[in-house]
Design a protein around this ligand. Structure first.
Ligand code: SAH
Length: 573
């Protein structure tokens, strides 16, 4: 029972609206002095909606406060209906009530129990980028409120789809009697198999079905539509989950098929007969082969369009002039390889932030993941490891994506520059989707601090000989020296690798003047950033470590007003 208290005409009107919306739950206490009404509501109801100021409400209730598990939940709504503030008992009904109030009064819920509330994946766009649609959006507000309030919400059918994370209270292990979210292409019907199974659950429709269609020339749209509906019904499948109609190239202009696709908003995908004939199907027909050059159109086109690991969920059904079959596709996991930039938060791109928030699994070096921990949504599985375990990290990320998850593999700078992208893509097969999110690499972060050293041709060279023989590195340094490239040295020097940088510099010095500018930046864009501009002759390698990138100018580079500049064009003498 929700006791509703108001003191003003506006408040009373809103209270009446609530009573009309939730007639079985609301008890109006608007006919008496507000303070008395509040006290009575507190005594007799499970929850209180107060159309009084938070301060006024708190002053009246303060002497009555007991235990948060037994006290009623209290939500205050302001006079302009802008906000529903969960004041007391957030996790005991107030957060949920604040969200429910928004559905009726249009106010914004204000919830203060957990800092990460606003960071939770919103249910109204859950899976939208995968093509998911919400079957019963009227349940969104209610189930969404339960998700945000930390109440248990059972999640079924999501496995295998690379969905964003939901907080830990949403899980397949939550009790089935409470709130439920179901991802399914199965239709709810009065058939034996799904009797009442989805009742009360928020249902998402994945785009998981492909309807294969074959037909005689001149088939009517009515006949095709009838057979499609019959096939879907036979499989207890939802039309909302149909991704496309698939058929043979020969049927690309078959008006009956095209019209059904138009009317239902489905794409039409066609395949050449010889491709269709290579698909193994349960019901091939020699008659069909003689006519169109493939023993199967409907089954083969459905399976082919649905891609690898598809399953035929409705075998070929026939009407006088058409055939229809339905295949279910196997969803693909996705791997985002995300560069976090050199360090500064405002150099993390918006796209990288979106990719982090989209991922249900984040894999990375512990120190990088810590940098962006606040951007990661609640419920995200975070897998970190220490320095030097690149290969293991890459393998883990790919395995998680192959298992169907949405994975972000994060790295500093650009994750493709001397970093995780290559080992990951060496492991990854074609069964997952891969997206790279570029980051600002150390060389450009440093060059912008130094001036404009990369204004002309330049080379990146890593001086780490842990995975590359020194001879190969030296050959490249020599080539860069002879080619007069500006050179950016990554991994220039560590405690155990101290002779490589002086050696590389001496090779360059043989080809360019001693006053060639050399800039080095330690911890570019991080709090302890240091920027040093010197010359080839004067550089002290001992000042350089593995947090530093070193930029050596070409023979044309100059220092102008204390800034390192490589001219855009060279006038060759
Ligand atoms: N993927 C990273 C590079 C990884 S290799 C990128 O794109 O930046 C590691 C080397 O990068 C370090 O040894 C150092 O030379 C350089 N580096 C990375 N971040 C840096 C920073 N913020 N400041 C200076 N050098 C950096």
């Amino acid at each position: 029972m929700i006791g509703v208290v108001a003191a003003t005409a506006t408040g009373r009107a809103a209270a009446a609206t609530l009573a009309a919306a939730w007639p079985d739950e609301v008890r109006l206490l608007t006919g008496q002095k507000a303070a008395d009404a509040l006290r009575e509501a507190w005594r007799t109801c499970d929850a209180v909606v107060s159309f009084l100021a938070v301060g006024a409400t708190v002053r009246v209730l303060a002497p009555l406060l007991g235990n948060k598990t037994t006290d009623p939940a209290v939500v205050c709504v302001d006079e302009s209906m802008a906000f529903a503030v969960a004041v007391l008992g957030g996790h005991h009904g107030a957060n949920l009530l604040a969200h429910r109030l928004t559905g009726v009064l249009g106010c914004t819920p204000v919830v203060t129990t957990a800092s990460d509330q606003s960071n939770v994946t919103p249910l109204d766009s859950y899976g939208a980028d995968l093509g998911f649609t919400v079957h019963n959006p009227e349940l969104l507000a209610h189930v969404g409120a339960a998700v945000l309030s930390g109440e248990p919400v059972r999640l079924d059918g999501a496995a295998g789809w690379p969905l964003p994370p939901l907080p830990p209270n949403v899980s397949p292990e939550a009790p089935g009697e409470g709130h439920r979210i179901i991802v399914t292409d199965e239709a709810e019907r009065d058939c034996m198999c799904h009797d009442g199974r989805f009742e009360g659950a928020l249902v998402y429709r994945p785009k998981s079905l492909v309807v294969g269609v074959g037909s005689a020339r001149g088939v009517t749209a009515g006949e095709v539509a009838g057979l499609v509906d019959e096939a879907l019904a036979a499989g207890c499948l939802a039309a909302e989950s149909v991704r496309c109609l698939a058929t043979a190239d020969l049927k690309a202009d078959e008006e009956g098929i095209l019209q059904v696709a138009r009317e239902r908003g489905w794409d039409v995908v066609t395949h050449p007969a010889e491709q269709l004939s290579s698909v193994e199907v349960p019901n091939p027909s020699e008659v069909v082969r003689a006519e169109v050059g493939t023993p199967s159109v409907a089954e083969a086109a459905a399976l082919l369009s649905a891609g690898p690991r598809a399953e035929l969920v409705v075998e070929k059904r026939k009407s006088a002039n058409a055939t229809v079959a339905v295949a279910r596709l196997a969803p693909r996991g996705r791997l985002s390889i995300v560069g976090l930039g050199p360090g500064a938060r405002d150099l993390v791109t918006p796209r990288a932030i979106a990719a982090l928030r989209r991922a249900a699994v984040v894999v990375g070096l512990d120190q990088y993941v810590e940098q962006v921990r606040d951007l990661i949504r609640p419920g995200t599985r975070v897998i970190t490891s220490g320095l030097g375990q690149e290969e293991e990290r890459a393998r883990t990320a790919v395995e998680e994506a192959s298992a169907g998850h949405a994975v972000a593999l994060v790295g500093s700078g650009d994750a493709g520059v001397y970093a995780m992208a290559s080992p990951a893509l060496e492991f990854a097969d074609a069964g997952i989707d891969v997206e790279g999110v570029p980051g600002i690499t150390a060389a450009t972060a440093a060059s912008n601090l130094l001036g404009a050293p990369l204004g002309h041709d330049h080379a990146y060279i890593s001086l780490s000989d842990l995975h590359t023989p020194w001879e190969a590195i030296e050959r490249r340094v020599t080539a860069a020296a002879e080619g007069d490239f500006t050179v950016c040295f990554y991994n220039p020097r560590s405690r155990t690798r101290d002779w490589q940088l002086p050696k590389a510099l001496s090779i360059l010095a043989a080809h360019r003047p001693p006053d060639t500018p050399v800039g080095y930046v330690r911890n570019a864009t991080r709090p302890d950033e240091t920027v040093t501009l010197t010359t080839l002759a004067e550089l002290d390698p001992a000042r350089v470590d593995m947090f530093t990138v070193v930029v050596v100018g070409s023979s044309r580079s100059r220092t102008v007003a204390g800034r390192f500049v490589t001219p855009r064009g060279y006038r060759w003498a």
